[in-house]
Each structure stands twice: as C-alpha cells, then as structure tokens.
Design a protein around this ligand. Structure first.
Ligand code: ES4
Ligand code: ZN
Length: 326
C-alpha cells in the first residue's frame, strides 16, 4: 500500500540493533556447515519454531546458542552484510550496531576477529548501499564488573572505531549500579553511553542508568512510564528512547501490540524511536516494526516522520551530520 511505501521510503537511522540478533536461520545453517559446528536443529523451519519466548531470558538462551556458529572474521563480515542488505530495503541510511564481544571471546574467539569482521562488513555496506554505521560495544550485564573491564581493555586498539558502550542481557538482578565504574572509565576514554533499562527492570533501573551510567540515550525504557517524576526528567533532558515494538511483543513486555505505549510516549513529548532489536528472532526488520506499531496504534504519517527524525537526533552522529538528515 501507499502507507507501506511511505514507511520504506522514509530515510531512517536504526539505533537499537544487536548484530548477533540479525542472524537469520538460513545463515545460521550456512555457517554451521562452513565451520562444521553442530546445531540442535534439523531445518530452518525447526529453528523458527523454536523462537517462541515467554520472557527475555528465554530468548537470550537461544540467542547465545545461535551465536555459536559465528567462528571467523568472514562470518562477522557476512553477518553484517546480510543485515545491511536487508536494512537498505527498509530505508535505513545509518545504523548503530550493538555487538556483544563477551559472547564470542568467552568461546575463545579473538576480539580482533569479531571487530575486524564487523568493520569490514560496515565498509562494504557503505560502498554498496551508502549506509553509514558505527559500533556500540555492549557489556553483558549477567557477567561481572571485572569481565566488563577486561572487555573494555581488549577494545583499546579500536577505540577510535567504537562510538559508544552499551549494556544488555538479563536485566532483572543486574542493575546499572553494578557497572557504574566501567561506564565511568568508558566515558573517560571519550566513548558515548547508552544502556538497556526498563525493558523488564523497574523504573529505578532507568534512574540508575541516568544517574550512575550517565546514559545519553535509553534502550527500551518502557517501564519509565510507571514513574511520573522520571518521565518529567526524561522530557526535560530530551532523552531518546530506542523502542522496539516487535521485540516487546515477542518477549511479552506487552501482551498485545494494541497495548504498546509508543504513541503515549510520543504524546508525552518523549523522543521515542522505532527499532528492530533482534530482527531475526522477533519477526521483523525496522520497517516491519514501523508498520506493525502504526497499524496497532493508528499512527499518522506525521507520527512516522517524528519517529524517523528522532532516530537522527538521537543518534551518535556529529551534529552537522544530523542536521543534514533532519
Ligand atoms: C537483547 Cl531484547 C534484548 N534485551 C537485552 N539484551 C539483549 N541482547 C540482545 N537482545
Ligand atoms: Zn536490545
């Protein structure tokens, strides 16, 4: 329809995308064969059937298992290129890719292989599709502060090619306060700051992300809406929220997309954006997320333009580059 064409044609930035979460079952099988890695599935259909989650942890267990087929620099290049090829069709002109180095270094992969493969895919995507991109190194919050510090140290030779640090994985029981010192160290190295907060965790975790990690944007942030004073603070700080509608549905953060708070966020004046999170696992890329939420909540074209504009203003691009996009 016209509306779908409008969504796909809107130039947009993707700010919340776990590159490991873009591993489609087809590529998973190809890499399993290429690397002679056994996977517990007989077919692509069987893999897709296993993607039924009742919460974040359910998903994470299968997501970390899937990442085991990634073994070489070429695998990470191919993973990134597969994402960009798909994202180009959705009107993505800039993407800030989160990657989880610990998922790979803990399996014995050198940090260099992971990041050089991603950087090579990012260069190829800029040449082929004109999509610009940057990297967000995400710490796994279920692991220790010490492990996060070790990861930051591994990244040292590539700091000029990493835009920001993030915080992901199992939220409840792993509050931002656990990583306050690591984030302070990252900030001192000139890295930008984001963190997942308020996906499953309480509003207090969002507050900690602001006060202790000094986040410049908030990944998810849904549960911030439970605290009026916190909403007022997010408004006054002009905080960007990277919202992921299909992720929220698949991980049961919302029961139904019809209950999703995205338009409430926009009505409050919050700088919400729409993103795909882990598109291979949650059933859609960024335009699918725009389409699904627009239909479920009756968003107008004006709302979609606002969301796309917010994706640039909330990006870690330099001001003058943002100005060219908005
Ligand atoms: C994630 Cl949806 C989500 N939440 C937290 N951590 C993650 N890692 C990959 N996807
Ligand atoms: Zn996420």
């Amino acid at each position: 329809t016209d509306f779908d064409t409008f969504i796909e044609g809107l130039p947009k930035a993707e700010l919340h995308l776990h590159i490991e979460g873009s591993l489609e079952p087809e590529l998973m099988f190809e890499l399993a064969r290429r690397n002679a890695v056994a996977i517990p599935f007989a077919s692509v259909e069987e893999v897709r059937a296993a993607y039924a989650f009742s919460n974040l942890q359910d998903f994470l267990d299968i997501y970390y298992a899937g990442a085991d087929v990634l073994r070489t620099r070429a695998d990470f290049h191919d993973l990134a290129m597969a994402y960009f090829t798909r994202a180009a069709r959705d009107g993505v002109v800039h993407a800030e890719l989160m990657f989880d180095p610990q998922t790979h270094t803990d399996r014995g992969m050198p940090f260099a292989e992971v990041i050089e493969g991603l950087l090579s895919g990012m260069r190829a995507a800029e040449a082929q599709f004109g999509i610009t991109s940057s990297l967000i190194l995400s710490f796994l919050r279920h692991l220790s502060e010490e492990a996060a510090f070790a990861t930051l140290e591994m990244a040292e030779p590539w700091l000029d090619r990493i835009a920001a640090v993030g915080l992901d994985s199992s939220e409840v029981g792993h509050p931002p306060s656990k990583f306050a010192r690591v984030f302070a160290a990252a900030r001192e190295k000139g890295l930008r700051i984001t963190a997942h907060a308020g996906e499953e965790g309480p509003p207090e975790y969002v507050q900690e992300a602001l006060d202790l990690l000094k986040v410049e944007r908030l990944d998810h942030g849904n549960r911030a809406l439970e605290d009026e004073a916190l909403v007022a603070r997010l408004l006054s700080e002009g905080m960007t929220l990277t919202v992921c509608p299909l992720s929220n549905l698949k991980l049961c953060v919302v029961e139904d997309l019809a209950d999703h708070p995205l338009d409430r966020m926009l009505a409050l004046g919050l700088r919400a954006t729409v993103n795909s999170d882990d598109p291979a696992y949650f059933g859609g890329y960024v335009a699918d997320n725009y389409r699904a939420i627009a239909k479920a909540r009756g968003l107008s074209r004006e709302d979609l333009v606002t969301l796309a504009r917010n994706s640039f203003t909330g990006s870690f691009l330099p001001r003058e580059t943002v100005a060219r996009h908005v």
